[in-house]
Design a protein around this ligand. Structure first.
Ligand code: NAP
Ligand code: MG
Length: 502
C-alpha cells in the first residue's frame, strides 16, 4: 500500500492522511472498484515533485461498464420526483461542505494550489453550482405553441440528453467537475466524470459523497485515467450522448472532430488570452494595477480567465508596471498547505518547461523581463515553482502576447487611444474574457460592446457566480457553463402534436 510522506512539510488532517493512504477506486454503478486490468496511474504533489497517490487507470471495459451503469440509471434518476432530485443534490452539496476542510487539503496536495484559495474560491464555486442547479430541478418546463390549425395542440417537453461524459482539467478540479455534474443531474442526465490525470483525487471524493447523499448508483460514475485512453474511449463511445469538456484548445478541437462520428453533443470551454485594460481615468490606478496582478498570478496563472495581457494607457504605464511588479514580489511562493503561501507551483515539470520556454524566447528579443523570469531555487527547487514574471516591450505579434502561456507570466503593453486599442485587444483567436478599468461610463460600454469575449468585467476582474453563464467566443469554445444556458445544454426539446378533433 502506498503511504504518503505528507508530514514531512506540514501536518495534514487525519481524514486527509486516511484518504491518501487508502486504496483509490473507480466509482461505477454505485460500487467502488479497481480497474479491470488492475492498472494504475500516479498523481504527484507538484510542490515537492513527489508521488502522492496511485489511482486506477480505467480501460475500455471500465468505460463500457460505466456507460452501461449510467444508461440504466437514466430511468431511475428520471423517475425520481424533481423535488426529491433537488433534495438529493442539496444533500450532496451539504456533504461536500461538511468535508470541505480535508477536501481542500487533498486538492491542495494534488494540484499545488494554496489550500486557503481552494477553501475560499474553488469549493464555494462548486457548492454554488450544485445548489443553484438543484433549484432548477423543479423548474424545467416546456411550452404550448399556438399553431395555424385549430385542431392541434402543440406542446414541448424538455428532456435530458442522456449519458454525459464530463471531462475536466487540472486547474479547478472539484469546481469544474461541479460546473458540469450539477446542471447535468438537474436536467435528469447521468454522468461519467473523467478528471485530469494530474488531479484525480477530488473527483473520487465527489463520487463517494454522491452515493452517501443517496444519489442512486450509476447516476454519477467516476473514471480516473489518461485522456488519450480513458477520455478518448468516452468520446468515441456510442452510449455517451454528450461530451462536456473543459481543457485545451488542441484537445477540444480533437474531441469535436472525433465526436462528430457519432454526432454527440459537444460543449467546449477552452483557453483564453485575455486583455485586461487600464485607462488612465479609472477610479484608482493603483487598485486597478493590484487587481491586475491578482488577475494573472492567481493559481500561478494557470487559469483560463487569467488577465495575461495587461494593456495600459501610456499616461499611467510606468506607475502600473511598478505596482504590478511590487505585488508580484510580495507573493509568497510555497507549499499549498502552508498558511502563508499565496503562490503555489506549476502543475508539473512539463508545464514549467513550457512556461520557461516562452520567457527564454523573449530574452534578447527586445522584450524586457522586469521581474521574475526563472524557476525558483533553494528550498523550492524540487517543486515546479516559477517566479511571477512581468514582461514589457513585447509586440502584438510576439508569441508571449498571442499564445496562452498558462503560467505566471504577464505582458504589459501600452496604448495611446481607444481606437488604437480595441483592434489590438481583439487580435487573438481566443475570446474568453476581458477586463476594462475606467470611470467614463460611455467609454466602458463602448469598449464592452467592441470586445469579442464571452465575459467582460468592468472595474473588476475574475467574478464568477453559478447563476451567470461562463464560456467563450471564437476559439475559446462554445456552450456556457453555469446559469440557465449551462442547464440548457443538457436538455433536448421534444415537440408533441395532438389532434384534439379526434
Ligand atoms: P487538456 O490537456 O486539454 O486536458 C483536459 C482534459 O481532457 C483532461 O481530463 C485530459 O486528460 C482530457 N483529455 C486529453 N486528451 C483527451 C482525448 N483525446 N480525449 C478525451 N479527453 C482527453 O487541458 P489541461 O492541460 O488539463 O488544461 C489546461 C487548459 O484548459 C488550458 O488551455 C485552459 O485555458 C483550459 N481551461 C479552460 C477553462 C474554461 O472555462 N474555458 C477552464 C479551465 C481550463 P489527461 O489529464 O489525462 O490528459
Ligand atoms: Mg497531482
Amino acid at each position: 500500500m502506498f503511504v504518503p510522506q505528507i508530514d514531512e512539510w506540514q501536518p495534514a488532517s487525519k481524514q486527509t492522511t486516511d484518504f491518501l493512504s487508502g486504496q483509490h477506486k473507480l466509482v461505477i454503478g454505485g460500487t467502488e472498484q479497481a480497474s479491470a486490468s488492475g492498472q494504475t496511474i500516479e498523481t504527484f504533489d507538484p510542490a515537492l515533485g513527489k508521488v502522492l497517490a496511485a489511482v486506477p487507470h480505467a480501460g475500455q471495459s471500465d468505460v463500457d461498464a460505466a456507460v452501461a451503469a449510467a444508461q440504466s440509471a437514466l430511468a431511475v434518476w428520471q423517475k425520481i420526483a424533481p423535488s426529491e432530485r433537488a433534495r438529493l443534490m442539496m444533500r450532496f452539496a451539504d456533504l461536500i461542505e461538511r468535508d470541505a476542510p480535508w477536501i481542500a487539503e487533498v486538492e491542495s496536495l494534488d494540484s499545488g494550489k494554496p489550500k486557503a484559495h481552494i477553501a475560499a474560491v474553488d469549493i464555494p464555486l462548486g457548492l454554488g453550482a450544485i445548489r443553484y442547479n438543484a433549484g432548477w430541478c423543479t423548474k424545467i418546463a416546456g411550452e404550448t405553441i399556438p399553431v395555424t390549425s385549430p385542431d392541434m395542440l402543440v406542446y414541448t417537453k424538455r428532456e435530458p440528453i442522456g449519458v454525459v461524459a464530463a471531462i475536466v482539467p487540472w486547474n479547478f478540479p472539484l469546481c469544474q467537475a461541479c460546473f458540469k455534474i450539477a446542471p447535468a443531474l438537474a436536467a435528469g442526465c447521468t454522468v461519467i466524470l473523467k478528471p485530469a490525470e494530474q488531479t484525480p483525487l477530488s473527483a473520487l471524493i465527489l463520487g463517494k459523497l454522491a452515493l452517501e447523499a443517496g444519489i442512486p448508483p450509476g447516476v454519477l460514475n467516476v473514471l480516473t485515467g489518461e485522456g488519450a485512453t480513458t477520455g478518448q474511449a468516452l468520446v468515441v463511445h456510442p452510449g455517451v450522448a454528450k461530451i462536456s469538456f473543459t481543457g485545451s484548445e488542441e484537445v477540444g478541437k480533437h474531441i469535436a472532430r472525433t465526436a462528430a462520428n457519432t454526432l454527440k453533443h459537444v460543449s467546449l470551454e477552452l483557453g483564453g488570452k485575455n486583455p485586461n485594460i487600464i485607462f488612465s481615468d479609472c477610479d484608482d490606478v493603483d487598485a486597478a494595477a493590484a487587481t491586475a496582478a491578482g488577475a494573472i498570478f492567481f493559481y500561478t496563472g494557470q487559469v483560463c480567465s487569467a488577465g495575461s495581457r495587461l494593456m495600459v494607457d501610456a499616461k499611467v504605464f510606468d506607475r502600473v508596471v511598478d505596482r504590478v511588479v511590487s505585488e508580484a514580489q510580495q507573493l509568497k511562493m510555497g507549499h499549498g498547505l502552508k498558511a502563508e503561501t499565496t503562490l503555489g507551483p506549476l502543475i508539473s515539470e512539463d508545464q514549467l518547461k513550457r512556461v520557461d520556454g516562452f520567457v527564454e524566447e523573449s530574452r534578447g528579443s527586445g522584450i524586457e523581463i522586469v521581474s521574475g523570469g526563472k524557476r525558483a531555487v533553494g528550498d523550492l527547487a524540487s517543486g515546479s515553482f516559477y517566479e511571477p514574471t512581468v514582461l514589457t516591450g513585447a509586440e502584438d505579434t510576439d508569441r508571449v502576447v498571442k499564445d496562452e502561456i498558462f503560467g505566471p507570466v504577464l505582458t504589459v503593453q501600452r496604448f495611446e487611444t481607444i481606437d488604437d486599442l480595441m483592434p489590438r485587444a481583439n487580435a487573438t483567436n481566443f475570446g474568453l474574457a476581458a477586463g476594462i478599468w475606467t470611470r467614463d461610463i460611455a467609454k466602458a460600454h463602448a469598449a464592452a460592446a467592441a470586445m469579442q469575449a464571452g465575459t467582460v468585467w468592468i472595474n473588476t476582474y475574475n467574478q464568477f457566480d453559478a447563476a451567470v453563464g461562463w464560456g467563450g467566443f471564437k476559439q475559446s469554445g462554445y456552450g456556457k457553463d453555469n446559469g440557465r444556458e449551462g442547464l440548457d445544454k443538457y436538455l433536448q426539446t421534444k415537440t408533441v402534436w395532438v389532434n384534439h378533433a379526434r
